[in-house]
Write a protein that binds this ligand. Sequence first.
Ligand SMILES: [Zn+2]
Length: 255
Amino acid sequence: MIYKIHYFLILIIGFNNLNAQNIVSTFEKEFKLQIIVTGTFESSFENVNYEEVSNEKLLNKYVSEILIPEFKKYPDSYFKNINLKQIVLCKNLNIDNQHRAAIPDPKKNTLLLSIDSFYEKLYLKHVLHHEMHHITEYALWQDMFYNWKKWNKKNTRNFVYGTGGYEAYETENKNIDWYKINNPIKGFVNLYSTLGQEEDRCEIVALLMTSEEKLYLNQFIETDKNLKRKVNLTLKTLAKVSGKKLKYWKEKLEL
Ligand SMILES: [Zn+2]
């Protein structure tokens, strides 16, 4: 009987491994990107730490339910155009001891994604698109903090951005709801967007690409002309990077 149980367990474990590998290789082939699940990747940033994912079931679920459907939203050549080559799937991801769901590392052509199950599914999707756009901006400008004058002109006069996304993670700002999507200031989807130009653009892309959140954006731009101009400029950026027409993105995102 013991032998039978052991044999049964080996079968189950073997089957799960195979499943996760299959789904990972399906992704790799479809998007021509490599997935790293071992702890071997070294970030170009100092103080980035993460742990390997040991739960095959969780890995499988993340790749099939989030990674594949969300990556499918981008046109074929997109990842090649932004020089993305690999995805690190991990857990307990942090930078300077701050927990993060994702970190873009464009110098290493890599997007790090934490698949910890305590993050909500919607947040995991949002953050994936947000960080992907940081990589897109780096491909465009070789700078993740590019000061785009044309962009700034779309804001209301006298508006001044904060000192960057990092500000939201500072202890004294912990009680502020940075991510609430409520168009708190003319031209902005949330307070996080007011911290830096790059975060503003990445938040707009995250809303455009996350179907559950796009509804908010559609609603805001009906009355917020500043935000509408920024959404249009963002769509033009996506068109430029992907080598597609503006119409393609407008149709794709039903705008
Ligand atoms: Zn960001």
